[in-house]
Design a protein. Structure first.
Length: 312
């Protein structure tokens, strides 16, 4: 059971890691950022609703407090929509491999913010993780070839990590009360509504210009890197527990870097790879701490994000 759980978590991380590559391939087929975001969440939400009905959870959804339903929808409509928007706008300007490392600074941000909010104690372990992540970030950004680092793309990538961290901390209370499938369904629905309306208002929603191949990549983002990745993670989490699952989740940026190299020929400089190793090391330092009773929201960050992740 444990071996199967690890395999499932690795597959989930790989599916999440492939999202940036699917996004780049969709852009090559004429997909706009607005079309990608609206289609991804609308399709994911539709699949989640089908699963909710098929699994007999619709009655449970109806029994949820109105406040929790509204909060879950707002998390998607505001928090997750903003994070996904920043991520895919950055993907237009940055290599998928570089963006994956920028985004993966969020676990350290969550740990530090949790300490500042009094949810966790600031320990030598968390301070050490911050030092590793900071040094790694400097190497990742500083090691880029001259002119290759788009300032706006970099700012958007870091903004996505910051918004994601805030989203995780905000969602912790409701995620502890709601069934993960129901929460994911509501978050995806809220994000779909916001991003569809935003695409219409700013004129960036243009589904008629997308090729058949483009719709294939959009389907891959929604079904593989959203619905499939979440389903596999929960299946693995039930078998190995949160600590092991969070450590295994560091496969995600490694997968993104490997796929970007294979598909697009992207390559990071040796100093950037060293910086990426430090960033992942910081996540491992945080994830490998001993399991102990903790206040809500104090689980390792990669685990907290997935139940409400309908994107990365």
């Amino acid at each position: 059971m444990r071996t199967l759980g690890i395999v499932l978590c690795v597959a989930s991380a790989a599916f999440f890691g492939a999202m940036g590559i699917f996004g780049k391939l969709a852009y090559e087929q004429g997909v706009s950022v607005g079309t990608l975001l609206a289609t991804r969440f609308a399709l994911a939400a539709a699949v989640f609703w089908v699963v909710v009905v098929a699994s007999g959870r619709l009655a449970a959804l109806r029994r949820l407090p109105v406040r929790d339903v509204a909060l879950a929808l707002a998390l998607g409509a505001v928090g997750y929509a903003a994070q996904a928007g920043a991520y895919f706008a950055s993907l237009k300007r940055l290599d998928a491999s570089l963006l994956s490392l920028l985004l993966y600074t969020f676990p350290v941000m969550v740990a530090l913010a949790a300490a500042a909010l009094g949810r966790e104690r600031l320990t030598r372990r968390s301070v050490g993780a911050l030092a590793l992540a900071s040094a790694g970030g400097v190497l990742v950004l500083g090691g880029a070839p001259s002119g290759a680092l788009d300032p706006l793309g970099t700012a958007l990538g870091l903004a996505a990590a910051v918004v994601y961290s805030a989203y995780i901390l905000t969602s912790a209370p409701v995620s502890s009360r709601l069934d993960p499938l129901l929460l994911s369904t509501l978050v995806a629905t809220g994000a779909a509504v916001t991003l569809t309306l935003a695409g219409i208002v700013d004129g960036d929603l243009s589904p008629t210009t997308v090729s058949a191949a483009g719709y294939g990549w959009l389907a891959a983002i929604a079904l593989v890197s959203t619905v499939g990745a979440i389903t596999l993670f929960f299946a693995g989490l039930a078998r190995v527990g949160p600590t092991t699952a969070s450590i295994v989740s560091t496969v995600e940026p490694v997968t993104a870097i490997a796929l970007a190299a294979a598909v697009f020929g992207e390559s990071l400089a040796p100093v950037q790879l060293a910086g990426g190793a430090l960033v992942l090391g910081a996540v491992l330092v945080l994830s490998a701490r001993r399991a102990a009773p903790a206040p809500p929201g104090a689980e390792p960050a990669p685990v907290e994000r997935v139940p409400v992740l309908v994107l990365d």
